[in-house]
Design a binder for this molecule. Structure first.
Ligand code: 13P
Ligand code: SF4
Length: 366
């Protein structure tokens, strides 16, 4: 649940970035250790530079849990700030500078559809005994609570394999939502064949599947995807390799199966950064993930003679990550200095308690 206050136009929305810079630095100095700014790797440069800690979803959720600060300002998207709130102590608050910063993939699964799926699976299977629900961290808190209630677990792009292994030790099947690609790419990498995976179409009765298909499947994949990572295509790799055959290809596991199959490496945002930073000088990289990360990495690595290229010829950013701007950051920080809290993210108590179970299951494995 969120209390939404619109950003004041005159004092904040119309500020230029330079003025924001001076005011953000002053507000941060005033707040000191009471405030920590967490920044996801997809944040734009104008915001990313203010982050005290940057990382992928797993790293940032751990940092949120470990932080001593009272105010956790999350420059990322809504589900990340929800996780920070769920994992926080009672004296801590999670703040999302722009409440409209959501995740279009997370929106592809909701509790009504997931509960309906579970009930329909129960018509075919002893669902509680045979299926572990796994939600990608890119999902709303009520879906994490659903997993907590059904002995399930959360995963991120960097620990999905471990989470699947844990799940298959306990039960025969998994229901994996909302990202079919992360589920498929990870499962396939573990030796699960495509024949053992089915896609649950949440707009159709019984997910558009036959009872036989459901009983045969090991992985039931939700029909969700990330629109940003959809732009990457296997043909883009082929044509790039024709021009530069010495290129190494790295993809985020939200990219489709064909792209991940043609990639030399698959990894979370943090893993992509680590892999390329640790690579030999004078190497060339083709990267399938969000543009802000790739552009920054290109700038950072060019001094070592590394060439880092964005995979798609069409430039595509995560528009919801882009919503967090210096103006909103100035606004929430100055309010904290003045003793006001704007854009606090609060997960209702029972939901947070159940969601914490599935997050703790994940954190204990990671
Ligand atoms: P990471 O956990 O790899 O940072 O991914 C989060 C995300 O939203 C990718 O689109
Ligand atoms: Fe969501 Fe895709 Fe944006 Fe990641 S890149 S936050 S999955 S919409």
């Amino acid at each position: 649940m969120a209390s939404i206050t619109p950003i004041p136009i005159q004092n904040y929305a119309l500020l230029d970035d330079e003025e924001c810079e001076a005011r953000i630095i002053a507000a941060k100095a005033e707040l000191g250790s009471r405030c920590i700014i967490l920044g996801h790797h997809y944040q734009r440069d104008e915001v990313f530079k203010y982050a005290d800690i940057t990382g992928d979803s797993l790293k940032l959720s751990r940092e949120a849990a470990a932080s001593e600060a009272n105010f956790i300002v999350f420059c990322g998207v809504h589900f990340m700030a929800e996780v920070a709130d769920i994992l926080s102590r009672p004296d801590q608050l999670a703040i999302l500078p722009d409440m409209a910063a959501g995740c279009s993939m997370a929106d592809m699964a909701n509790l009504v559809n997931v509960q309906r799926c579970w009930d329909e699976l129960a018509q075919v299977l002893d669902v509680d005994a045979t299926v572990t629900p796994i939600t990608y961290i890119n999902s709303a808190a009520d879906l994490k609570a659903f997993c907590g209630e059904h002995d399930g677990i959360v995963c991120t792009s960097s620990n999905a394999r471990k989470i699947l292994e844990w799940s298959f030790e306990r039960r025969d099947k998994v229901l994996f939502f909302p990202d079919q690609h992360l589920g498929r790419n990870t499962g396939y990498g573990m030796g699960i064949s495509l024949d053992e995976m089915v896609v649950w179409d949440f707009n159709k009765p019984l997910g558009g599947l036959t009872e036989h298909e459901i009983t045969q499947a090991k992985m039931i994949l939700w029909k969700g995807f990330c629109s940003v990572h959809q732009v990457f295509q296997a043909e883009q790799i082929d044509s790039f390799l024709q021009r530069y055959p010495d290129t190494q290809v790295i993809a985020h596991p939200e990219a489709c199966f064909e792209v991940c199959q043609k990639s030399d490496y698959i990894g979370s945002t943090e893993n992509i950064l680590k892999t390329i930073r640790m690579a030999k000088p004078n190497t060339r990289w083709l990267v399938a993930t969000e543009l802000n990360l790739v552009n920054r990495l290109h700038e950072e690595c060019k001094t070592q003679g590394k060439n880092v290229h964005f995979m798609s010829p069409t430039l595509c950013m995560c528009s919801t990550m882009f919503r967090t701007d210096p103006q909103h950051l100035t606004w929430v920080l100055e309010n904290l200095v003045a003793g006001n809290v704007v854009n606090r993210i609060t997960v209702p108590e029972r939901q947070a308690m159940l969601a914490r179970r599935s997050l703790d299951n994940m954190l204990s494995l990671s």
